[in-house]
Write a protein that binds this ligand. Sequence first.
Ligand code: 16G
Ligand code: ZN
Length: 530
Amino acid sequence: RLNFSKILAGFKKYPKPNRDLEYGTAGFRTKADLLDHVVFRVGVVACLRSMQKKKAIGLMITASHNIHSDNGVKIVDPLGDMLEQSWEKFVTDVVNSGEDSFEEKIMSIIRSNEIDTSIDGCLFLGWDTRPSSEHLASIACEGVSSLNGTVTKIGLCTTPVLHYVVRCHNDPAYGKASVDGYYDKLLTSFEKLWAKFDHIKKCYSPHIYFDGANGVGAITMEYVSGKIGDKIEIDLHNDDIKTPDKLNHCCGADFVKTQQKLPLSIPAKPCARLVSFDGDADRIMYYFVDPENQFHLLDGDRMATLIAMFLRQIIQEAELDVSLGIVQTAYANGSSTKFITETLKVDVSCVKTGVKYLHHEALKYDIGIYFEANGHGTVIFSQRLKDEIKLKLVSDNEKITSAATTLSLFVDMVNETVGDALSDLLIVETILHAKDWDLSEWEKLYDVLPYQMAKVTVKNRNAITTTDAERRCVTPVELQPKIDEMVSSFKFGRAFVRPSGTEDIVRVYAEAVTQAEANELALRISILVY
Ligand code: 16G
Ligand code: ZN
């Protein structure tokens, strides 16, 4: 039933340049003008995936926090999570294949996955504000159509919205499969939860300065601001989506995290609550400037600990016997890990960089909180937990039913499919509001160790291989002993190196007791790598 001549026509219309690409941790990502053939072929493979699973699949066109001239494409699996790993190879093969070999590649995918080709593929498609996004989205549609699949265009949207809609289409109990349905679920639970904690506040201010990275997150917040403005006044900045080169330029969550300074146009108002989203609104950073003009960052580690602390208390109040754990990566600050284990006494595990690894590990808990230090994260809840909450909601103990109500509303405020800056913002604001905290109270939970990150350009980054969740190097064999020796000469020193999954470089991370020492350690390790 497959019409290979239709697929071939697309291969000819969008010829592959003389360069192979790889489906990395964030899908395909490169200069936008090198992507025409990629999105066509990804459309084809995503359609096959949909036929295999007999479920809807998502396609998101975005390059997140990258410069406006880049773009990329990611495939979303039926439950709204990232594409299963075994398929990354299939899609990479098809994207890199020549006109003479694609038919064989596609047939082999069909055979090895026992795909019934009489099924119609069903795709949901979303894109960000980049100037190239709509064009690439239309080519992706051609790819899907070449296999007779159907496409529902969500259009301009954040990455987490697309993930959410795919999940709801395949699992209607999760919510209504539309952008309105998404806002409705998150904001309704937020309003109800807010009302539960509506006491007089001394410390929590209802005002935030918001940096939208001049991307799609700014549109989201403009809408949200109209809905919840009576609770949180949102002062919108970096919301110009009409000027392409402003996207992520000196603003956004990635800029704030890596530069550790204020983005353009956010006022240095002492102690004000400042928030940034990244270009596709799946990452978030909180920060503030103190009266001495010092910059303070509250990153993914901080959000994970804040959420764990809050939820741990609620599950105790609800008398629920469930497991709670935090998943981090090697980038998590050493003092956050110490705080989680020693003070919170919550389980913590460390996995490789990349959302799919964190998400997978978090599934092991009834409440799995995962965050990368860079601000990408969410919470996932087991079915067992959801069922237990229902039982507690009808308990005759008022304290228990109240805690169960809080938890149940909290669950509905979370986008469990993927890190979601809006959902994370609502969570953090709810907790700060409930605790009557400002950012400096939140920051007091623990002191971070100063850290420094560096990039090293090498001939072949894949010569470096790692183990132990990227915390130790396996090859080149002589490297790790040298790193160990160097680290041991720094108080509270910790460092690791890993090849980047998104750029042709090796990344270096170092922590030490002072900023100067962290910088020095990062530099010395970089020299070892070079
Ligand atoms: C991708 C990942 C992100 C990770 C980053 C690391 C997803 C959706 N995104 O952007 O989680 O932090 O890669 O990049 O998984 P790196 O390998 O270049 O350090
Ligand atoms: Zn992003």
